[in-house]
Design a protein around this ligand. Sequence first.
Ligand code: FPP
Length: 247
Amino acid sequence: MLTQKKLQAQVVQVGVDHGAIPDHVAIIMDGNGRWASARSRPRTEGHRAGTGNVRRIVQHLARKGVKHVTLFAFSTENWERPAEEVSFLMELVREVIKTEVAELHRQGIRVRHLGTLDRLDPGFRQEIENAVALTALNQGMTLNVAFNYGGRDEIVRAVRRIVESRVPVEDVDEALVRRHLFCPELPDPDLMIRTGGEFRISNFLLFQSAYSEFYSTETNWPDFGPEDVDRALEAYARRQRRFGKVI
Ligand code: FPP
């Protein structure tokens, strides 16, 4: 396994000018259903196991020095899943908020929500707003939970607000669009990890992932452990980021 020092050295060696440790890691936590099916268990058990995995991975990333983590917890398309699974996922996230937020706050982690509160029941909305407000001034890692989130939906909402503001057409640029995203101050993800073996973005952070390094692993989310995180970070450190330029 590569130590942090070796990672730094490797990066210098290949002349890559990005830090060995990404500032922002975004994760598509896929494969919960398959994890459960492989054990002849209902899909909901996979989601429970996946939820149990969130804490150890977030803590591991924080220990590694990652400053921002964004987790794709529920997409705008996930509403199309069977009603029973949707309500299970809602309850699970509510449970996580109840059981984890105080500890996250104690650790100085700032929790943010990406997405909208549309379609959520008022009590749940309030719980999300309270978690965000409680941790808003924390100076540690930011944990962004993409919940009821869609990348296209985010862009459409940004465009609507820009049009409403009657800004002159020549003032519309990338910076303006960015200022209308859910979390404008969040830096773009350096590394996007997808578990469960697929190679798709699935409507996650479409605007922000333009130059993210993509890493896909066969491992299903509930089995994705700290050593898998390290493998992803090692792969990231070997990438040469060019951002469309010739280096
Ligand atoms: C994808 O697996 C996973 C989801 C749609 C839900 C992920 C949500 C959690 C793990 C809860 C996390 C909670 C917080 C607060 C961050 P899948 O069902 O698509 O799996 P499959 O592709 O094997 O069917």
